[in-house]
Design a protein around this ligand. Structure first.
Ligand code: PEP
Length: 249
């Protein structure tokens, strides 16, 4: 089963209205492969979702960077899945390591968020990944499997989930995983899906890589058989994001 190449751009907590409009203009003017070949999803901060939605080309989609774990209500500062649906935002990133580590979001809490977001009709980019300490102690796959399992236990199907493997030591550090390191974890993760969720899920679920991807290193990573695309942070704010989108073909 062939999986469509997927490129996500995580703008994190960056930008002004003017800067965001400039990024959107660059994206809108870019010549990229057809949406039949590559799925492009950009993720601005919450406050810029409406402006990006109004201006962005229709073959690119939009993700929020987070959402609340349940129905909205008395949860000051949170944004609910229902609100994203109401705004017409189809995707949400959940479980980013910055939220796991800086905001102490547990794997169970993230699993609950993924389940709730899916139940509201959102599609989810679910992030998993090990710290440097965990990699050096040889527990990379155990960590990634446990994070994935906390999601698997709470959802009934994977069809609206893209898994982003993002080693924490590679995020925003300029220290990209080698193509072999990325392929090894993606392969193991797909095997985990096969053993725990079945062959069809393993064959169809997109597993994308994130961590210091840029215009120079994307081609070699994209050539790995189990790397189905990227979640890009820093470089998604720059024109080289176009080169990363083009690495699909
Ligand atoms: C990310 O934040 O998801 C990410 C991969 O960041 P960067 O590309 O900057 O390492």
């Amino acid at each position: 089963m062939s999986r469509k190449f997927f490129v996500g751009g995580n703008w994190k907590c960056n930008g002004t209205t003017e800067e965001v409009k400039k990024i959107v203009t660059t994206l809108n003017e870019a010549e990229v492969p057809s949406e039949d070949d590559v799925e492009v999803v950009v993720s601005p901060p919450f406050v810029f979702l409406p402006v990006v939605k109004n201006l962005l080309r229709s073959d690119f989609q939009i993700a929020a960077q987070n959402c609340w774990v349940r129905k909205g209500g008395a949860f000051t500062g949170e944004v609910s899945a229902e609100m994203l649906v109401n705004l017409g935002i189809p995707w949400v990133i959940l479980g980013h390591s910055e939220r796991r580590l800086l905001l102490n979001e547990s794997s169970e809490f993230i699993g609950d968020k993924v389940a709730y977001a899916l139940s509201m009709g959102l599609k989810v980019i679910a992030c998993v990944g090990e710290t440097l300490e965990q990699r050096e102690s040889g527990s990379t796959m155990a960590v990634v499997a446990a994070q994935t399992n906390a999601i698997a236990e709470r959802i009934s199907h994977w069809s609206n989930v893209v898994i982003a493997y993002e080693p924490v030591w590679a995020i925003g550090t300029g220290k990209v995983a080698t193509p072999a390191q990325a392929q090894e974890v993606h392969f193991e993760l797909r095997k985990w899906l096969q053993d725990n969720s079945g062959a069809e899920v393993a064959a169809s679920t997109q597993i994308i890589y994130g961590g210091s991807v840029n215009g120079a290193n994307c081609k070699e990573l994209a050539a790995q058989p189990d790397v189905d695309g990227f979640l890009v942070g820093g470089a998604s704010l720059k024109p080289e994001f176009i080169d990363i989108i083009k690495s699909a073909t």
